[in-house]
Every structure is written in structure tokens, then in C-alpha cells.
Design a protein around this ligand. Structure first.
Ligand code: NAD
Length: 514
């Protein structure tokens, strides 16, 4: 394992470039609160276990003050023409572009993904800004033909209100941007509660955002509160002023947030855990499959919602592909995520390492055989070996998401059989098939094929583009974010009928003459 320090970005250089300090306020309603009332939160560097910096969390009073600014800001923001809102989002995108490198480096430092992926995450923020700018002129409603003479019918989309974004640790910036940029052009204001494991990333993004908004004398459009789930999280879950919560995180927490919101008729966009699989057919291009599997399963140290966790190999190619995969796993450079050349960074914390160890032990207990990795790495930081476990069949553990680089491999004879096992898990996020046979590809994409929100052919499960709607089925939560028509979730639909005649005919021919 390589342990040398980064050659390019140091912690000091990142802090200087982003205006961060050793102790940062974690609450902003457009301007950072000088003294939030919540407890201090220490953020750690997962690659070393060292302290990174502290963030002062918000308390109840801070939440109320922030919400007061946000709800007031909504009154004016919703009246601004959408293309003008889009122009402000364009400027945000430019600001993220200017800060792309230090932001990417901060993601690597605080979350632990490799620098290239950190940069990719910031690029995703920039891309979604561009997408949202175009969208600001395309918030289309339909018009319908009325059955009544002299009547016109159409639907229009109005802003919804303050939207809460509760984000997971593994995409500490992009998840906010996916939601906040669309919400902004739709006329909503956003309240962001980031994961307590990566608060500094949120503070850095908020600082840049505040600066752009201040240029327009706008406050409260994008607000931030770092706080504990049981305090701030629960306030959001149960706040009737928040018509929509976009929650990204574990299935367990998402279920709770969904139940709280449903009780008050609030809406949710739930982006929860995945248990993604790749099916490789005998006729597949194995070079492509190999790279996609390695990136999907070991990349980001297995900490993507779209990480490849199960691999189904048709028996004709199983042995040779597995041998190549095990060999490739042996060469993956592990170490400091900021160091060029590193491909495998650390897990987020010691708890994640324990979960990894427990899952490997359970898999072996249930009949699996470890072919590569399987162990935590001793020393500073939270590193584990990327792991391949051969399983005789679907096991109880392979139906669960463990947020670590563990790949369960199973073999099959016929595609029908593989698809059945593929779908026999509670989650339904991302899926892929490698084949050069059109019939197999279409079988996989058909109504009785993959039951996931994302289904790919000859590319892996990981690394979606922002242009498509992103999300999954079943216990993944059913939410959709980002591209396509995902914007509709951030608005309320209004159906309007206008009578421009001099009579009042009733629909369905009903008579009620007085
Ligand atoms: P998590 O569920 O532990 O935390 C998610 C968020 O919930 C954090 O911001 C946390 O502070 C907050 N929270 C905690 N208690 C709360 C409460 N009582 N009320 C409201 N919010 C509360 O998840 P995590 O470990 O940060 O992220 C990993 C999980 O996220 C994985 O399961 C992964 O698959 C999932 N994920 C899904 C997607 C997707 O798009 N489907 C994307 C990224 C991550």
C-alpha cells in the first residue's frame, strides 16, 4: 500500500482556495451564522483518521431562523421569471467551474474518493447547472381540447415551496446540486442538511453559492444547516412548511423519512440503497466487461449507490473472466486518494470497515469462497482490500447492500435464470448486461427483464450521466432526480379551464338549470 502524501493538493492549499478555516460555521441562510448554537462536529480524513477541521452545528433556534429567511425568500423567488432564475444558476455553474480543482480535492480529502472522481463529481455539478439553465426556458405544460364549446384547457407548473435536500456522505456535493439547481429554476428555495460525515464539503459549496447570491442581493434561496439527524433531520421530516424532501441515503433512514413526510402529506424523492448487478453472457466482449466490473465493483471503494455488488457469469466464460478479474484486483493501487495513480481510496470510517468485515465473514459462513481480498488493511486510515467472493447461489448476504468493495460472483446456464436471480433482491437501482447478441440485450431490457431504474448494455452499473432521470425501484425508493422530466417533482401542477363563451355548459352533459 502506498502511503506518501499528495503531491499537488495539501489540506492548507485546499482550505486557502476555498476560504475554509479550522473552525467553520455550519449554518447559512445566505450569510453564515457567526455562532450556531449546536455542538461542534469534527470532520475526519478517512485516509489517515486525522482531524480535518470542525464545524459548528445548528440547533433548533438556528433552524427556525434559517427557515424564516427561506420561507420569506420563496415569496420573491417564485415570482421571478424562470429564465432569470436560470441566469443566476448559470453564474453558479461558472463559479463551480472556477473552483473545480479545490472542490474536487476537498471531496477526496474529506470523503476519500480518488481525485479524478472528486473532479468528476464537481463536473456533475457544473453539468447540472448547464442542464438547469436550458430547462429554465422549457418548463412546459400541455394544453388540451375542452369538450365544452368556447372553453380552453391547459396545465401549468408552479413552484412548490422550500425543498429540503438531505444528502448522503458519498456524493457530498453533487447530490445537493442535482436537487438544488433544478429546484432553483423551478422557483423553489432549498434547505440543505448534508451528511455529518462530510460537513466541510457542504460549507465550501455554500460559501461559493452565498457569494454569487449576494451579488444579486438575494438571501435565503439556498440555505444550509449542518446538524444531527435526530435534531435537524427530525425538524425537517416533520415540518409542514417543507412540501418536498429529497432524501439520499440508506434504506433504513429513507423509510423513516418517507413515513414522517407521508403522515403530513409531504412529498418525497427517495434515493436509497442499491444492490446492482452485471450479467456477462458467453458472447460478451470480455475486455469491456472486465474494465466495467473492476470500476463498478472496486472503484470509489465500493461506496457508490450504483456500485456493482453482484456479478452473474454465464458458465462458458466464467472461469477465464474470473481469473482475469482476480489478477486485475491484485494490481489495483490503494492509498492516498489525492495521490496521482491511486485507484482505491479508503472507506469513510471505522464503522464501515467493521461492516465490511462482518459481511465477508457472513458470506463465508453462508457458503461463499473468497477469491480476492477479504481483509481490512492495518495501519492508519480506513482501508479494506477490494474483495471477490464466489457464491454457489444467491445467499442472504448477497440480497443486502454492504457499502464496501465486495463483489459476489454467481454462475448461470441460461439468461432467463440469471434475470430471475438478478431481480430477486429488495433493491432496484442499476443493472447491466454484457452481450453482443441483440436478442439477449432486448430480453434484459424488456418488461420481464431487469426490474431496475437503470438498465445498461455493454457499460457497467456505475457512473450515470445527468441527462437521464436517475433513481431506482422497490426499496431504492422510486425517486427520480437530475435529467429528463425529473423537474416535475419540484413543482405543483395546475389544470386550468377558461370559459370564453357566454354560456356555462357543464362537463359530461350534466344539466343543472336554475
Ligand atoms: P445515511 O442513511 O446514514 O444518511 C443519509 C442522511 O440522513 C445523512 O445526511 C444523515 O445525517 C441523515 N439523517 C440521519 N438521521 C436522520 C433523521 N432522523 N432524519 C433525517 N435525516 C437523517 O446514509 P449514508 O451512509 O450517508 O449514505 C450511504 C447510503 O446512501 C447507501 O445506502 C447508498 O446506497 C445510499 N445512496 C443512494 C443514492 C441514490 O441515488 N440512490 C445515492 C447516494 C447514496
Amino acid at each position: 500500500m502506498t502511503t506518501t502524501m499528495p503531491t499537488t493538493w495539501t489540506k492548507d492549499a485546499i482550505f486557502e482556495a476555498l476560504g475554509l478555516t479550522d473552525m467553520n460555521s455550519g449554518v447559512s441562510d445566505g450569510a453564515f451564522f457567526p455562532h450556531p448554537g449546536g455542538p461542534e462536529l469534527v470532520s475526519e480524513i478517512p485516509a489517515t483518521g486525522e482531524r480535518l477541521a470542525s464545524v459548528q452545528q445548528g440547533d433548533d433556534a438556528d433552524y427556525d431562523a434559517m427557515m424564516a429567511t427561506a420561507t420569506k425568500a420563496f415569496e420573491t423567488w417564485r415570482m421571478m421569471p424562470a429564465p432569470l432564475r436560470g441566469e443566476i444558476v448559470r453564474q453558479l455553474g461558472d463559479a463551480f467551474r472556477q473552483h473545480k480543482e479545490p472542490l474536487g480535492a476537498l471531496i477526496s480529502l474529506e470523503m476519500g474518493k480518488i481525485y479524478s472522481e472528486g473532479l468528476g463529481e464537481v463536473q456533475e455539478m457544473i453539468d447540472i447547472c448547464d442542464f438547469a439553465v436550458g430547462l429554465s426556458r422549457q418548463l412546459y405544460g400541455l394544453s388540451m381540447h375542452s369538450e365544452r364549446p368556447g372553453h380552453r384547457m391547459y396545465e401549468q407548473w408552479h413552484p412548490l415551496g422550500p425543498v429540503a435536500v438531505i444528502s448522503a456522505f458519498n456524493f457530498p456535493m453533487a447530490v445537493w446540486a442535482w436537487n438544488a439547481m433544478l429546484a432553483a429554476v423551478c422557483g423553489d428555495v432549498t434547505v440543505w442538511k448534508p451528511s455529518s460525515k462530510v460537513p466541510l464539503c457542504a460549507v465550501a459549496v455554500q460559501k461559493i453559492t452565498d457569494e454569487i447570491m449576494a451579488r444579486h442581493a438575494l438571501k435565503g434561496i439556498f440555505t444550509l444547516i449542518v446538524g444531527r439527524g435526530k435534531d435537524v433531520g427530525e425538524r425537517i421530516n416533520n415540518d409542514p412548511r417543507i412540501p418536498l424532501i429529497s432524501f439520499t441515503g440508506s434504506g433504513r433512514m429513507g423509510r423513516h423519512v418517507g413515513e414522517c413526510a407521508a403522515k403530513r402529506f409531504g412529498r418525497t424523492i427517495l434515493e436509497l440503497g442499491g444492490n446492482n448487478a452485471i450479467i456477462v453472457m458467453d458472447d460478451a466482449n470480455l475486455d469491456l466487461a472486465l474494465r466495467a466490473i473492476a470500476f463498478g465493483a472496486a472503484g470509489t471503494a465500493g461506496q457508490r449507490c450504483t456500485t456493482t455488488r453482484r456479478l452473474f457469469l454465464q458458465k462458458g466464460i466464467a472461469k477465464q473472466l474470473l481469473e482475469r478479474l482476480v489478477k486485475a484486483y491484485g494490481t489495483l493501487p490503494m492509498g492516498d486518494p489525492l495521490e496521482p495513480g491511486t485507484l482505491i481510496g479508503p472507506l469513510i470510517d471505522a464503522g464501515a470497515v467493521k461492516d465490511f468485515e462482518a459481511a465477508v465473514a457472513r458470506a463465508v459462513d453462508e457458503g461463499g469462497t473468497v477469491l480476492a481480498g477479504g481483509k481490512a488493511v492495518a495501519g492508519p486510515g480506513h482501508f479494506v482490500q477490494p474483495t471477490i467472493i464466489h457464491c454457489p447461489k444467491q445467499l442472504a448476504i448477497t440480497c443486502e447492500e454492504t457499502f464496501a468493495p465486495i463483489l459476489y460472483v454467481m454462475e448461470f446456464d441460461q439468461l432467463d435464470e440469471a434475470i430471475e436471480v438478478h431481480n430477486a433482491v429488495p433493491q432496484g437501482l442499476s443493472s447491466a448486461i454484457f452481450t453482443t447478441n441483440l436478442l439477449s440485450a432486448e430480453r434484459f431490457l424488456g418488461p420481464n427483464g431487469s426490474d431496475c431504474g437503470i438498465a445498461n448494455v455493454n457499460i457497467g452499473t456505475s457512473g450515470a450521466e445527468i441527462g437521464g432521470a436517475f433513481g431506482g425501484e422497490k426499496e431504492t425508493g422510486g425517486g427520480r432526480e437530475s435529467g429528463s422530466d425529473a423537474w416535475k417533482a419540484y413543482m405543483r401542477r395546475q389544470t386550468c379551464t377558461i370559459n370564453h363563451s357566454t354560456s356555462l355548459p357543464l362537463a359530461q352533459g350534466v344539466k343543472f338549470d336554475i
